[in-house]
Ligand binder design. Structure first.
Ligand SMILES: [Zn+2]
Length: 186
């Protein structure tokens, strides 16, 4: 006896049967044809679904890669290893502080301190062996021996990301006369 699969329930049945022994479906030319068409449509829809979910997965992966690259490009510049204060102000300074600019309502974080810094002298800020990345915005404050205090807010964005300065290891905050400040790498 030749057998074939019932297109409705999948059981092996007599190829000559006009009605499925298992599910009772009518097996004439038209019903079988319609059923096969229906199965074909279901296959196409399933394939479309898979295609769609693949597309979404690929899109998510590409977006993640994009975010990682964006992050790397923005942050992966070589940080200066040494941060120094150069005093060319003509006055001896008792203390110089490097302060991270905080968001409104947050406490300022002191990133380094040097004391004293006599005029004509360059001194390094003490830093931990693996310090957190330098913030983009800092405040340098210093006090001279007359207890006069100065405070300057400086953006480090340019000096940190300048590709021409990447090989220069030292970030210098130079305090000049009359409360001036310059920042550069050398
Ligand atoms: Zn059947």
């Amino acid at each position: 006896m030749a057998t074939e699969k019932c297109p409705f329930c999948g059981q092996e049945i007599d190829a000559a049967a006009t009605k499925c022994f298992y599910c009772g479906a009518e097996l004439n030319k038209e019903s079988v044809h319609n059923r096969l068409e229906q199965l074909h449509d279901q296959d196409i829809q399933a394939a479309r679904k898979i295609h769609k979910s693949h597309f979404i997965k690929v899109a998510v992966v590409l977006i993640l890669i994009g975010i990682v690259f964006f992050y790397l490009i923005r942050t992966n510049y070589a940080e200066p290893k040494i941060i120094a204060v150069r005093n060319s102000s003509g006055l001896n300074l008792s203390v110089v502080s490097l302060i991270e600019v905080s968001k409104p309502g947050e406490k300022s974080i002191r990133r380094g301190v040097v004391m004293p810094v006599e005029t004509g002298v360059t001194k390094e800020f003490e830093r931990p062996s693996s310090p957190p990345p330098l913030p983009k915005q800092v405040v340098i404050s210093w006090t001279d021996y007359d207890q006069k205090q100065y405070e300057r807010e400086i953006s480090l964005e340019e000096v940190l990301t300048d590709p021409n300065a990447q090989t220069r290891d030292t970030l210098v905050f130079e305090i000049t006369a009359f409360g001036g400040i310059k920042v550069y790498r050398e």
